[in-house]
Design a protein around this ligand. Structure first.
Ligand SMILES: C[S@@+](CC[C@H](N)C(=O)[O-])C[C@H]1O[C@@H](n2cnc3c(N)ncnc32)[C@H](O)[C@@H]1O
Length: 535
């Protein structure tokens, strides 16, 4: 069909340095408005929020703390502060803390103290973590604190639960920082190189008139971008560590465009000051790690997925660290995300346990490899036998996210299951339950575990998990009907009757429920009569 009229284009912004573009403000407004809903089928987050990546980080951080204590024995008297930037859902935080505690206990190192600081710029996310059932025990033990931190602004950081400022006095041991999927989310500058000349890319934003309301664009995805260029002849940043990076690119690159993650570099500078320049960063994101990776690239592309993100120039961040006396460990290239370590105040090679943990958990089977493998397996779940699915669950540390994807396949295979496989599954169900981190609008793993035990006729445990799931699942017919069945098979008919009657209020048309009620009521009458008879 031919369009009846041409939509008018509206210029939103012209000739803007990228880091000053309104896009970053729109990005923050998006996350602030959405809160935890950002992760309901909008912003991808599984890749950086699973038990596997959290375990890799926990092993590296534990090794780091042990190395540090070896050379600074007094460090044991002070907590290690670990701060997560742009924390988002908090699921990574939960798995990290849980694993670190398990490792400390397993190695009998409980005397090493730590405080995990969850930070984000929006208070809506902090509210979500404060109320989260899974985090409650850690909050109550004082293992977790919260900070409202906008990485684009340099303001004092206030630990909300301890009611103190994060300062060099408090940070006696080095500050560990996690930056997952955040360096790609905050401001960048954009440049292009042509015939050995360096240009700044200035952004022009436009959109259709229909995408405007109250003088601002409604959907970021409908914003179009084009560029002007402006040659840079003098020191652009006026900061020798940063200008040295631009000089290097001008010398090494022939024809390309690249980004400098300036918002992230400013935040790093701020954090370095805050911790007396003793800083250890682990970051997982999509990005470039070596100069040849970004030769001959077109102008930067913006990926929209609810919010938007850019490829991170990890190489520039590592140059910045190296130029200013720090150190970096850049993972060898992967097609997907990469995990990178940055350090200041010490050299990575002087920390042998940590270095080996990085080699093992980043350079070898990394979070990126885990996700690649998982994605391939995920595409073919329905063709796998039970043993393969169970091995995959073991590989994924009994991750509820994965179990929910394969639960119907698993349930269909249980009748023919090998007893040893079943035994392994039964043993690991508490592990799966302990990994439950509630997210809005997702299925409840506790209910699925109930279904598993129900299917293999372990009614006591099925009933237990169904009951545990009640506060998440809410008033659902299936839950009460299943609890009725389990209670009945356990000979608890009075309880079964309560559940079936409740189920009937949720689905008054259910003939099956009515039949169960009639059956049990007639049986109960019989039992009561017998009871009276025997008196
Ligand atoms: C793409 S999400 C990543 C969340 C989480 N780290 C993960 O890996 O799933 C980006 C997060 O950064 C937060 N954020 C955005 N801009 C920020 C800023 N300027 N300072 C601090 N956090 C910011 C958002 O609220 C959101 O939680």
């Amino acid at each position: 069909m031919k369009p009846t009229h041409t939509e008018r284009k509206v210029i939103i912004e012209q000739h803007k340095r990228f880091s000053k573009s309104m896009l970053w403000r729109l990005q923050r407004e998006y996350f602030d408005k959405e809160g935890a809903n950002a992760w309901v089928n909008q912003v991808p987050f599984y890749i950086t929020s699973n038990p596997y990546i959290a375990a890799s980080y926990a092993k590296i951080v534990l090794a780091f703390m042990r190395d540090w204590i070896k050379t600074h024995p007094e460090a044991k008297n002070q907590p290690f502060y670990i701060m997560e930037l742009g924390t988002g859902s908090g699921r990574f935080s939960y798995y990290f803390i849980k694993t670190l505690l398990e490792l400390l206990e397993g190695l009998q190192l409980q005397d090493i103290k730590f405080c995990y600081i969850m930070s984000d710029f929006t208070k809506h996310n902090i509210q979500y973590w404060e109320d989260h059932h899974a985090l409650k025990p850690y909050i109550e033990q004082g293992l977790v604190d919260f900070v409202l931190y906008d990485m684009e602004a340099e303001r004092p950081l206030h630990l909300m639960r301890r009611n103190v400022q994060l300062s060099a006095e408090l940070l006696v041991n080095p500050l560990t920082v996690f930056a997952n999927y955040i360096f790609d989310t905050i401001s960048h500058d954009a440049f292009t190189i042509h015939e050995n000349k360096l240009y700044e890319l200035l952004f022009n934003l436009h959109t259709d008139e229909t995408n405007m309301a109250h003088n601002r664009p409604v959907s970021m995805e409908k914003i179009g971008v084009d560029y002007n260029i402006h040659e840079i002849k003098s020191a652009y940043y006026g900061d020798p560590h940063l200008d040295a990076i631009l000089d290097l690119y001008k010398k090494e690159l022939r024809s390309t465009s690249f980004l400098i993650p300036i918002g992230s570099i400013h935040a790093i500078k701020f954090l370095r000051k805050l911790c007396n320049d003793k800083l250890f960063i682990l970051s997982t994101d999509k990005g470039y790690t070596a100069i040849p990776h970004f030769d001959n690239l077109g102008h930067p592309t913006i990926s929209f997925h609810g919010s938007f993100s850019m490829m991170v120039n990890f190489h520039a961040i590592s140059e910045y660290f190296k130029n200013s006396g720090g150190d970096a460990f850049l993972q060898t290239p992967r097609k997907g995300i990469r995990t990178i370590a940055f350090a200041s105040g010490f050299k990575i090679n002087d920390m042998p346990e940590m270095r080996m943990a990085i080699v093992d958990g980043v350079e070898r089977l990394s979070p990126s490899d885990y996700f690649t493998l998982h994605s391939r397996v995920r595409d073919h779940f329905n063709t796998y036998d039970l043993d393969t699915l169970v091995s995959h669950l073991e590989f994924a540390n009994w991750d509820p996210h994965i179990y929910l994807k394969v639960s119907s396949r698993i349930n269909s295979l249980l009748a023919e299951a090998d007893p040893k496989t079943l035994e392994l599954m039964i043993k690991n169900m508490p592990r799966l339950a302990a990994n439950y981190y509630y997210m809005p609008k997702t299925e409840c793993i506790l209910f699925e575990i109930g279904m598993f035990f129900h299917a293999i006729k372990h009614y006591e445990r099925a009933l237990y998990y169904y009951q545990q799931s009640q506060s998440y699942v809410g008033e659902q017919f299936g839950l009460f009907f299943n609890m009725g069945l389990c209670a009945h098979y356990l000979g608890k008919n009075e309880e079964a009757l309560v559940h079936f009657k409740h189920a009937l209020t949720l689905d008054p048309e259910s003939k099956e429920t009515q039949e169960w009620i009639t059956l049990i009521e007639s049986g109960l009458k019989g039992e009561k009569a017998n009871y009276v008879d025997h008196q």
